[in-house]
Design a protein around this ligand. Structure first.
Ligand code: ADP
Ligand code: MG
Length: 452
């Protein structure tokens, strides 16, 4: 049976794409038909269709082929939504749904930061999906996933994206009631309502919105009555097909003390993580900011290479990156000097020191062993065959360039080798990498893996 086969293929895909992606993209697909070398799938929304086509179609095809089908192309279509039975309205509701601004309660939205718009959000690989999903929500069209759950470490742009959605909706769909607030503010309102015996008003208010955005939802974990109320609000809005956007600092399943029923509801929509920034994204953000500052501090000169240097060295998060640039421009304009590498190092020395990632030799050995597919034990062991010795030398080379360890110290960590052996290894790699582009790519990749 073809359905069974798709089941098997799904199991395989789960292994290759990981659980998050599987839940978001693969599981919602249904196999519609296959003939003439074409497999047709249905996806529940346009957004999901586009993403699957762009990112998973080829993998799906390969897995289908592995399972024994002759598939040349994978097509994904948007499932025709089931016809909704027309509900008879017996008693017309008192007021037409919209616009009814006059008697609707004022929304207690948190203030939005005017700078957090889509225009100022720099898109790169690490935040591409989060950005696309936020854009989709900001169109204010039919709800295609609910909730949108954004998660990621501090300073990676969760709040920025939520504000951007709110800004955009205000312009494009002013009739929609958009409520943005932090989970903390949600709790505060709730407690206030309890105290003032206004709980009905509170419920009504939160159920009257069209788009609800709650930032940093991990905050309500462990706060039982607030969680409870949040859960009911959430369900009521989902039932009415109202869009919800949630952010947290980790995936729903990993938030401690969050009730299981809430976790599973949060996982029902689209769960997207903002990955730590990579070099390209950091540079992009710095370039955008620098452009802005150039307007602010007319006449200030920025030497080439400065932004690249900062993007390389400050890898923690965007907030720190921005802070560094702000300080740098302010400082340079105060002292009336060009922003050179030297000035940058001086002015940012504390931040640079703090973000010096301390890569350990053990980490280097582990990553290099993984990369070349040899055993970690062989890194420090005595074997001298090329397949082992070369990766070992690569690790020595990286240990020298990424840590501050001396040659004898490095030698000790490579099974007590003499410092001359280490030196020889490093020279060997330096020599080879000039001629061997594969090796130099390997080195670049490993360096990036280790520095991030
Ligand atoms: P989070 O809510 O994830 O902790 P924020 O949204 O508050 O992070 O972002 C921290 C700072 O970094 C903000 O000033 C934000 O504008 C900026 N920022 C984060 N990501 C980007 C990006 N991709 N492009 C431009 N600015 C960004
Ligand atoms: Mg935030």
């Amino acid at each position: 049976m073809i359905e069974d086969l798709w089941g098997q293929v799904q199991d395989e895909l789960l292994k290759t794409v990981g659980e998050n992606s599987y839940r978001n993209w693969i599981e919602p697909l249904t196999l519609d038909s296959h003939d003439g070398g074409i497999a047709r799938f249905n996806a529940p929304s346009r957004f999901k269709r586009d993403w699957v086509v762009r990112n998973f179609a080829e993998q799906i095809r390969q897995h289908l082929c592995k399972a024994g089908l002759q598939i040349e192309r994978v097509e994904v279509h948007v499932a025709q939504s089931k016809p909704v039975p027309v509900r008879k309205v017996t008693a017309p509701r008192a007021a037409p749904a919209r616009p009814a601004a006059a008697n609707e309660p004022e929304l207690p939205s948190a203030p939005l930061d005017g700078r957090f718009t889509f225009e100022t959000f720099v898109v790169g690989k690490p935040n591409e999906l989060a950005h696309a999903a936020a854009r989709r929500v900001a169109e204010g069209g039919p709800v295609s996933f609910n909730p949108l759950f954004l998660y990621g470490g501090v300073g990676l742009g969760k709040t920025h994206l939520m504000h951007a959605i709110a800004h955009e909706l205000r312009v494009k769909r002013p009739e929609l009631r958009v409520l943005y607030l932090s989970a903390e503010q949600f709790m505060y309102r709730f407690i206030q309502a309890l105290r003032d015996k206004e709980i009905m008003g509170f419920k009504e208010l939160f159920r009257s919105v069209d788009v609800l955005m709650v930032d940093d939802v991990q905050f309500i974990a462990g706060k039982d009555s607030t969680q409870d109320e949040f859960f009911h609000t959430f369900n009521a809005l989902v039932d009415q097909n109202k869009q919800i956007v949630i952010s947290a600092d980790r995936a729903p399943g990993e938030i401690k003390d969050l009730e299981d029923r809430i976790k599973s509801r949060l996982q029902c929509g689209l769960v997207v993580d903002l990955h730590p920034t990579d070099y390209e994204l950091r540079l992009g953000i710095l370039q955008q900011k620098a452009e802005y500052y150039r307007g602010q501090y007319a006449g200030l000169k920025l030497a080439p290479g400065v932004l690249e240097f900062i993007a390389h060295r400050i890898t923690s998060n965007v907030r720190v990156l921005e802070g560094a640039l702000t300080r740098l421009f302010a400082f340079a304009s105060l002292v009336g000097k060009e922003i050179t590498l030297e000035l940058t190092q001086d002015c940012l020395s504390d931040i640079l020191r703090a973000s010096d990632r301390k890569v350990t030799i053990e980490e280097i050995q582990r990553k290099v062993a993984e990369h070349f597919n040899i055993r970690l034990a062989d890194m420090i062991g005595p074997k001298r065959t090329r397949t082992i010795a070369r990766p070992r030398q690569v690790a020595m080379y990286l240990a020298k360039s990424l840590t501050t360890r001396s040659l004898p110290e490095i030698g000790r960590r490579f099974g007590g080798r003499d410092h001359t052996t280490i030196m020889h290894g490093i020279r060997k790699i330096e020599e080879l990498k000039a001629a061997d582009s594969q090796l130099s790519d390997d080195l670049d990749l490993l360096r990036r893996l280790l520095e991030n």
